[in-house]
Ligand binder design. Structure first.
Ligand SMILES: [Mg+2]
Length: 111
């Protein structure tokens, strides 16, 4: 657990040093951009027409998802985003969750 927290701090330090001009707004724009890259990578995966290409594209989708996670971690550097995460988590804790689909039950379409 401690090593994971230290990794998050390491990612924050890297982000702060690499992008000192970043703001919460620019970081959320970056997050949307990374999400779009996941969508594009999934389209490429759907269009892959052989086993070897599907494996390459699957790896690419995962890499783009990891970019989303790293960008999300960096979003937490900003107080306004952090506070919104706390508020949303408080709301999430009040909801009923389907442990199989991992959707909250009032919005669970059986996906
Ligand atoms: Mg990316």
């Amino acid at each position: 657990m401690l090593s994971k927290i230290l990794k998050i701090i390491d990612i924050w330090k890297w982000h702060k040093n690499t992008f000192p001009q970043a703001t919460s707004k620019s970081q959320l724009i970056k997050l949307q951009s990374e999400i779009n890259e996941v969508v594009d990578a999934k389209k490429e995966l759907r269009n892959a027409n052989n086993y070897q290409m599907r494996n390459i594209k699957r790896k690419h989708v995962r890499e783009e998802l990891i970019d989303v996670i790293i960008t999300s971690i960096n979003c937490l550097r900003y107080q306004d985003i952090y506070e919104d995460v706390c508020i949303k988590m408080s709301s999430n804790k009040q909801r009923d969750w389907n442990t199989k689909t991992m959707h909250h039950k009032e919005n669970d379409n059986g996906k």
